[in-house]
Design a protein around this ligand. Sequence first.
Ligand code: ADP
Length: 620
Amino acid sequence: MESKTANGTTGTTRDLAPREPAGSELLHEAILARAAEIPDAVAVTTHRQEITYRELGERITGLGRRLLSAGIGPERLVGVTMRRCPELVVALLGTAAAGGVYVPLDPAYPSPRLAEMYRDCAPAGVVRGPGATPLEELGGGSGDTVVDVDEVHPSGAADSALAALSPDNALYAMYTSGSTGTPKGVVNTHGSVVEMLRWMRSEFPLDGDSKVLVKTPFGFDVSVVEMFWPLVCGARLVLAGPEEHRDPAILAETVCEQGITDIIVVPTQLPHLLRELGSSRGTSLRRLFTAGEDLPVELLRQCRERLPDTEVINAYGPTEAAVVTLIHRCTADDTARARVPIGVPLGRTRAHVLDPDTLREVPRGERGELFLGGPQLARGYLNRPETTAERFLPDPHADRSPPGDRLYRTGDLVRRAPDGLIEFLGRQDRQVKIHGNRLELGEVEAALRELRIVDDALVDVRTDPSEGGPVLVAWITTDDPDESVAPLVRKQLFKRLPGHMVPGHVAVLESFPELPNGKLDRNALPEPVPEHTEPSAATEEGRCREGTVREVWEKVLHRDGFGPEDGFFDVGGNSMLLLKVRAELHARGHTDITLLDLLENPTPRTLGTLLGEREARKES
Ligand code: ADP
């Protein structure tokens, strides 16, 4: 099969293996090797701290030893729970050093969902750090092996007697949304990740002056590139604060203050980031990768206009194939195309555009399903042999691929353009992306059906009537449809699902519309209406500033669609974010609002009323 390399030269895909000096096939070893070479260079930076490669290496080795002594070894799963902080990097790599398989248990997720993952993966141990979810909330017991990363002593790297591993050993198990109602864990190996990183390193070299921003929550695989690509190159990673990824203004500030050179963003975040960067800032950015969603041509045009000296790279890849598998280095010519391509496969990855039924290659220019092969493929799904067998098939192109090779069926519809570049056309199943977050509509429907008040549920993506962007909409049937149902349903969902999986609009129906043949009439489902855009109501004491509260929440929680009675802590808020709400209200002139006011007035309606009253009092 002929294809182009990322820098545009043509060759056979089999020849595309990066010609790099031989390095370790194990992630932690590749990074410990850097620690030995450049011990005094800075590896990790936060707003307050700098950690050298020496310190990082010693802490990784120390944790590795500690876990080994606690019985963790190859293929043993280890839940990691803490907020984004330097200890997180230590925890992930220290787990790997012991041979363990890290499972992200991000405390930002609701506890019931974490407990579901914990139950599913039944980890052999837990590594905890600042901001961890308590073990009881995870469903762990007093007999579980728990290691506090802060309490582990650093250990010299010289007398290394860490686990004996092969590249086929698992490195992490990361949960993505599952169509049958529960999240599914994707298991990736050292070999697949190192393959991707080695390729990244040769195609996009970083040096001691490079600074890569780490802002993706560690339960998403883009974080693997953000953290480990700089570390295998001996460059520096800059950790954004725990909640900073939600706020483009703070991210833009960090980019400028820290002189970030490389950043990976989801296209939906991009307009906000570009706006915040303004025209004269962000000049340190050498490369801007967009990943996770289609990059619209118009957005690429804006990037080139605002950041003319920054290279834009469209990166594509599912969690099931070590993060990034296809890339396209964008050029000025791309703005004249109908679509920004996802480009060509990385390294030894093979990309086939096949007819989804016959698995035959479709002619160039025609739409087909994208199948991926090569060393970056994940091992499969944790505890789900059937789903693994459905998605990872024996390669039918056996004559051209090594024996035993598999293909991952992505579910993505693509076409190979006349110039050979692959273009993304959409999905062929019910997996969607909302603001860059992957979710299965079936999982949200299943969660809705589990609520006692809900008889049946449908979920789909529609255009938000107020905002114009995509919004998740649920239609539910219930015996008791009244106006309290929708807010109650959303409130209950926020306790079970991550915020991005909670529908912004819930339509409550007595029954679903049917076609004459009794089938569901999808077209007759009511479109979402702008529920909460009515002007702030007047109250007895003065005006109500509900709209202001919603705007502030949207900024701080990075989502929209809040109802007047939604409680701040029910919609994903926490005490740290409350501080941000206060700061934001102060910045808007409501300087007398205290934390106690916020705690006592947790909904847009009550807080809006308070703001209105205070305003009226000041004016009189
Ligand atoms: P990631 O976080 O690396 O995007 P996920 O597993 O969350 O991985 O999502 C993978 C899916 O996201 C792909 O199958 C595809 O539908 C979509 N996707 C990822 N990158 C792109 C891209 N550059 N362009 C279009 N769609 C993309």
